[in-house]
Write a protein that binds this ligand. Sequence first.
Ligand code: PLP
Length: 471
Amino acid sequence: MSTESATPKKRAKTKKKKKKNGFKKFWRLGMEEFNTGGFDISSDGELVAREGNYQYNIFDIVKKYGSPTEIFFPTVVENRVRDLIETFNAYIKVLGYKGKFHYHYPMKVNQNKEFVLPAVAEGSNLDVASANELYLVKRMLEQERFHNKMRVICNGPKTARYMDLIEELRGKGLTVIPIIEDPVELERMQKFKGPVGIRVDLNVKVKSHWDKKFNRFGFTEDELLDIGKIRNLSVLHYHISSQIEQMNGFIEPLKRAIQLFAKMKEKNPGLDTLDIGGGAGVPYNKQKKFYSGKSLIQKIVKTAKTQADALGIKHPNLIAEWGRYVVAPAQMTIYRVIAEKSVQNKGGNKWYVVDGSFMNDLTDTWALKQKWHVIPINNLHHPKLERVWFAGSSCDSDDKYTHGGVHVLVPKLSDIDELFVGILDTGAYQDSLASHHCLLSSPLKLMAANGEIKVVRKRETPEEVGRQFGW
Ligand SMILES: *Cc1c(COP(=O)(O)O)cnc(C)c1O
């Protein structure tokens, strides 16, 4: 647009628009690379979320339903699953990779029905971590909710009940692949009739909070080579970490795993699949560049091909179990700021007290100092900002969010009528880790789909919370 010929009035308008775009950029909204492509600011300075040509005014929604509230967008899960599968398949084709790709959604990342079903609808298989998660698969199967060509990987220690369920579902025609975790399971799996997998604890370190010095999962590489032949072995599995910070954290383990795969294949000719586990990260921090899913997938397929060719083995089928990557951006959590206090001995910072709990609802804030992107839901055009630390509503001194001891900038509360804040990317892990410290109620859960808002989990009443504690 040319401003040369614009009338003064028009010019002023353009300037204003530019300034408003400045706010959008400032709050890191409308940026695909940060998974905020669907967010915008209304002309009244309120947060808007778009889904195709539908849009939701988030401020109007929390005014209507109250807070604390979580809003979940199933189309985000659908789009991300579809895109992930299509991108793997596209690079498999372009690069001439001979193996197949299977995506397995790891249920533990978010077991809410509203999260799992959209993933399944887009062609996702499942990965379960416990007997109770597998029980949900049984329920879906009994309700004829899915095709029994769906494949289910079973991770975690196999208790007797877990093993019975695996056998039961296999009997119903479902492809259930138990991943052998320890020598006891190895022994027990001698009698299992279907394909099995085994987990390796790769001798390689990657940059991430979760790659621990001592890992208790699976077998060491040497142990696997010593075991030699494993009955019905089809899958070699590793899961190195979560929120892996750099692409190399995928490539080094992959190279090492394919070397091991080639050696194990000598004794186990049926071994045809490499399961690379989870670990793909999301840009929680919207200030720093992060690798894209596309470049990551390209590099994975390329590396698998080069490595398998160098070793002269058939290209393995690939399984990815990326959970956080798919569901984190599909939910936001909203609190209302209910009070303001000054932070003693910390020049200028204010405590903004919110009506929910970081410790209960966003447990990773407390457990691993998770950093979030926090934005206002209203007054997004307000020019005066305050440096704040958030305090949760429980009585616990750890119930706070300080952005790693720095601060968060939000509109100055004393200037405005009210302030709601939204925490983005809360769809992964927080729901099942959530707790009831001080018996606070969990947030209301809303689903935004097809232009409509649906209550999917009501706000807990005092009676309901009390009941969980025997009252
Ligand atoms: C937790 C887990 C995943 C998912 O990890 P993300 O980092 O969320 O992708 C996948 N596979 C296994 C075995 C896991 O334990």
